[in-house]
Design a protein around this ligand. Structure first.
Ligand SMILES: [Zn+2]
Length: 391
């Protein structure tokens, strides 16, 4: 009986690892291995085509970099190596968002980890990552591509990296982009006009989103009588339940911690419920920073759906790709907010790309709230949602 039921199952009921395998191995050349090179081999073991989102697939590179931070690279103490690469943002509005892998097909490529992670201390590292893949990809009601998603984890590869080779690679990664003295000059006049308008909008959009969130911030005054009959006043911060906020950032923790003094939202924003305050504050400061600048044009090997790119080590430069100018104005502002969330400074850690698109970002709020709170598209959509859908 049990066997019969199993036969009747469609192939997507198989375990992820029975459908897709991801193997990390060392390159043939010892020198490449010592410089932090790793071979990635992805095999479709299922009987249907599968779709690998390029932004989390190490086979896809731009300028020798993978598309963002998704590799686990840990030293002997288990500490994750710092990401020093580029966030390459592809909009999920066409099938080239994915690399298609046919049944039985294997795709292989080599990545140079020392260009994306700071391995300059050298020594032993353990490398692994989670590869998402999808099937049944369709256009959803937002015009975004979206499929049934699953994830498979690679093997853990032990590598040894030479400190001097990794330091040389890091230097390359940190080399300034070859830009004209005034990067904006790479933009055509009509592109400059569109960017100017979008840039002007960021400040008002983000401040509107901050105002919206502040209206949800509430501090409960709690009076507790102690054993001696004395009344002790305590304060408990919380977010009022709100559809928009929870749609993007997930269900509230409603942490019960209380404080002696009434806490401002900025004194508690490292806690999950209040973390969007920290992000919004950082984004609005970065948008106003005179170092925030942009350059038009992205490397030739970039996907045609690339909207923009941000380099972690080049604050606050945003590379604007050609496709950016084909999206509507709201999306353009959302994209710039997204890019500004990628920088890492004293105001906030960088946000990462865990999910692109409205459906996927919203799904993350339920499946993995910690990631939703640190997902670049999520903060951008929250801002856009508040501005476009609030009276
Ligand atoms: Zn991004």
């Amino acid at each position: 009986m049990v066997a019969l039921v199993m036969w009747a199952q469609p192939s997507h009921a198989l375990d992820a690892s029975e459908r897709l395998s991801v193997v990390l191995s060392k390159p043939d050349s010892a020198r490449d291995a010592d410089a932090g090179a790793v071979v990635v081999t992805i095999t479709n073991k299922s009987s249907e085509p599968l779709f690998l989102p390029k932004f989390r697939t190490p086979l896809n590179k731009v300028d020798g970099h993978i598309h963002g931070h998704f590799m686990d690279v840990k030293n002997d103490e288990g500490k994750q190596a710092e990401f020093i690469g580029i966030f390459v943002d592809i909009l999920p509005v066409g099938m080239s968002f994915y690399t298609r892998i046919e049944p039985g097909q294997s795709l292989s490529g080599t990545i140079k980890l020392s260009r994306d992670y700071d391995l300059s201390e050298g020594g032993n590292f353990k490398v692994s990552y989670e590869q998402p893949f999808e099937d049944n990809v369709q256009f959803d009601e937002y015009g975004e591509v979206h499929g049934h998603s699953d994830t498979v984890t690679s093997n853990v590869l032990d590598i040894w990296v030479s400190a001097s080779l990794a330091a040389a690679a890091k230097k390359l990664a940190f080399a300034p982009t070859a830009l004209p003295d005034i990067p904006e000059l790479s933009c055509k006049p009509e592109q400059m006009a569109a960017l100017f308008t979008a840039r002007m909008s960021i400040a008002s959009w983000v401040s509107k989103a901050e105002g919206y969130a502040k209206n949800l911030y509430d501090v409960e005054k709690i009076q507790i009588e102690d054993n001696d009959g004395r009344i002790d006043t305590r304060y408990r911060p919380r977010m009022k339940p709100d559809f928009k906020y929870q749609y993007w950032f997930g269900a509230l923790d409603n942490d019960q911690q209380t404080y002696d003094l009434r806490p401002s939202y900025s004194s508690v924003w490292d806690k999950d419920d209040f973390y969007p305050f920290k992000q919004l504050n950082a984004i609005s400061k970065r948008a106003a920073n005179p170092d925030f600048h942009y350059s038009c044009g992205c490397p030739v090997e970039s996907d045609p759906l690339s909207g923009a790119m941000a380099r972690t080590n080049d604050p606050y430069l945003v590379l604007i790709c050609d496709f950016y100018f084909e999206i509507d104005k709201g999306q353009q502002v959302q994209t710039l907010v997204h890019e500004l969330s990628h920088f890492h400074d004293e105001d906030a850690d960088s946000a990462y790309d865990y999910a692109y698109g409205r459906q996927a970002a919203h799904a993350l709020a339920t499946s993995d709230r910690k990631k939703a709170l640190r997902n670049a598209d999520t903060i951008g959509f929250f801002v856009q949602d508040v501005v476009e859908n609030t009276q």
